[in-house]
Structures are given as structure tokens and as C-alpha cells.
Design a protein. Sequence first.
Length: 311
Amino acid sequence: MNLADLQIILKVAEFRSITAAAASLNMQTATASAAIKRVERALGADLFIRTTRSLRLSSAGERYIPHCQQALGMLDQAKQHVKDDLDIVDGELRIGISSDFGRNLVIPWLDEFMQTHSAVSLKVNLSDSNIDFYRDSIDIALRYGSPTDSNMYGFKVCNVPRLLCASPDYLARNGTPQHPHDLVTHNGLFYQLSDIIHDVWHFSHNEEKFKVKMKGNRAGNDGDLVRRWCVAGHGLATKSVLDVANNLLTGELVNVLPDYHPTATELWIICPSRQSITPAVRLLRNTFRTKCQTILQQLVDKNILTSDVLA
């Protein structure tokens, strides 16, 4: 038996499917099947009961798998302790990133990071859908909002204001709203997730709260698409300031209703376990903090944001 075969065994036990386990490990189903046979031959017992339609653990498998998980976990932990002590930055980074922020900012940051740390390899899941760490084979996620699962571990990167944005061309054609109530006559560009269209926009001004039910002719499940529609002058959108920072700095987009603030958020690195917090992840956290702080400072210098965002 070797460790790679045992890791395949654990994946098959997790997915209850050789095909699904092989797909998650980026290997052929036949390769995974061969690993199972080697382990079972070494043990002298079948770990799985296979039928044409299903796969489940045998009684031997039910006893063996927990011990196997514990043993591999201890080996991984010992290896990680050595790397932590030596500050070794290597290994595979499997990271999930939201589409707009990822494409336009984070991917170049990761390219720069890998030029400095050549022993790091990268796999990126670029999606606005909610990350499932087990289904999506992700080690860390860079996401807006703090972890909602108490079993997760996270590092806050920075505070992130949201802005109401439009292109100068759209405002020239349709006028500039002066109050949230004016938005009912404007075209909204909507973000859609899990068939829910986010067409109710919330604003605050001092102690007052405003809620506006918008009308619009475009909705998409990709944040980058919504931003592109906004730059093209098709309507108004509420966006994270990081997502539209470059457009704001170049003047392609402007901050509409600057005294009325959409609900702010936070940027977090989220990990499913302590074992995921490697030296590479900690260094990446520091890199993201520095990069985001630089962008926020640029927006403050251009009077697009107020300095309290840097607190």
C-alpha cells in the first residue's frame, strides 16, 4: 500500500462512487479502481460492496476507513508542522474566487505571487456560486462576507463599501438621480444567484434607511457581466468598490448618490480546516491585504471614497 492509494480509498468512501472520486482527483476511473484493488489485496478484505447501481462500505470498510482517515490526517499534520517551522511556501493552492473580483484583480495578484514563489501550483474555481469545499475540491475561498459556518476558519482581509454606479454616458442620457426615490425611473442591472434576482436595493444616509424596488431589463448570474453592462451604459448597478475600482479610477464609471450608501460588506479568506492554513495561505492573506489597501487608498486619494474606509 502507498499513501496515494489510501487517499483514493478515502475519496471513494466520501463520494460513494469511484467515478466521482476519480473526477475530483483528476484521474481516470480505471486508475482509481486499480488503487482500490491494491489496497483490498494488501488487507485481504473487500472495503466496498459494489453493485451495478451503487457502492457502499463493507463491514471491513466501516472499521478500516476511520482509522485510515486518522492516520493520514496525522501524517498531513506532521508534514504541515515541519513546513510551518521552516516557513516553506509550496504545494498546490486550490482557491475559489468570485468572478468579477477574480478575473480583474485577483488572478494578476496570483500570477505575481507565483513568480515570487515558484514552488506553488494553482487551481482556480472562478464562480459566483456558493462554494462547497467538499464538492468543489477547494482548499480556500476568497469571498465577500464572513464565514457562515462555525466550523470554518477565516481571515478578514478588509472592509469593502458598495457603490451605486453608472457610466457618464448613461447619466448624460437619463439624468443623474439625486435621491434613492429617483431610482424608480431608472434602469437597474441585476445580479442573480440561485434564481433569486437582487432587484431590491438598500441605502443608508446618516440614521435613515431606504429600500427601493428597482425595474430593469438585464439580470445575470455573473458579477463581471453586470459590471460590463454598467460600463457599456445600459443602466445602474450596485457593486463592490473593489470590483469596479479600475473603472472608477479611469472615469468609465462614477459613484452615483455618494451620500447614500448601499449595504457594505467585508472581504474574507475562508478555510474549511486548520490544516488548510499553510504558510502559503498566510502569505497570500498578507498579499491580499496589502493589495486591497492600496486600491482603497487610491480611491480615497481621488475623493471617490472617504478616509474612514481605511480604518
